[in-house]
Ligand binder design. Structure first.
Ligand SMILES: C[S@@+](CC[C@H](N)C(=O)[O-])C[C@H]1O[C@@H](n2cnc3c(N)ncnc32)[C@H](O)[C@@H]1O
Length: 193
């Protein structure tokens, strides 16, 4: 099965979006609450309905960009935040993106990719960040028995993969995951080398 744009578009059309929790996940909300520089350029790849972007925008962050190749996914953001800049809605393939960001926020996008694309994801994230920029987010802490997406993994596996391009500042079990992801979600903070 090819996890291409059609695949994801179909999932939205069918309403088959179990990853969508309907709000900013608590570990990411806590992280955002600590951010001070409202001018920093933030990218949310595979943003879907982009609850984090709504939250950031309402907290005064003006350089927030969302990327998803399914345009309909942005309808929620458009409705919730009509003044969200249209040019910050990047309806594109993440792997084709260009730009320079200070921070990339990860939330169930990495796990939506075939594991064969993990190196490409890491290289692309590093390419899009300035030196010293951060990649922050959540990763499933265990492999899944069922064929993905989502595709899980282990902390050791992730550490090995990400350390090629990033310094690992934090990667530990999130303390306030939603119930369904409790004890199966790593919060991580990485700095581009
Ligand atoms: C599992 S969903 C996660 C959505 C959102 N982050 C959330 O947590 O609700 C994965 C999203 O990534 C998008 N996606 C998958 N591959 C992509 C790619 N190569 N470029 C841009 N978006 C992609 C899909 O359209 C989908 O919206």
């Amino acid at each position: 099965m090819e996890l291409d744009k059609n695949y994801w578009q179909h999932r939205y059309l069918e309403g088959n979006t179990p990853w969508d929790i309907g709000y900013t996940s608590p570990p990411l909300k806590d992280f955002i609450d600590e951010l001070e520089d409202t001018e920093c350029r933030i990218l949310i790849p595979g943003a879907g309905r982009a609850y984090e972007a709504v939250y950031l925008h309402r907290r005064g962050f003006k350089q927030v960009f969302v990327c998803d190749w399914v345009d309909e996914a942005f309808d929620h953001l458009r409705a919730e935040v009509p003044d969200f800049p249209k040019e910050h809605l990047l309806c594109a393939d993440f792997f084709e993106l260009d730009g320079v960001f200070d921070l990339i926020l990860e939330q169930t996008f990495f796990c939506a990719q075939s594991p064969s694309l993990r190196d490409s994801y890491i290289s692309k994230a590093a390419y899009l960040l300035r030196t010293g920029g951060c990649l922050v987010g959540l990763l499933f802490a265990q492999p899944f028995e069922k064929e993905g997406p989502p595709f899980g993994g282990t902390k050791d596996e992730y550490r090995l993969l990400f350390s090629s391009k990033f310094e690992i500042i934090q990667m530990e079990m999130a303390k306030n995951s939603i119930l369904q992801r409790s004890h199966n979600e790593l919060f991580f903070k990485l700095i581009k080398k």
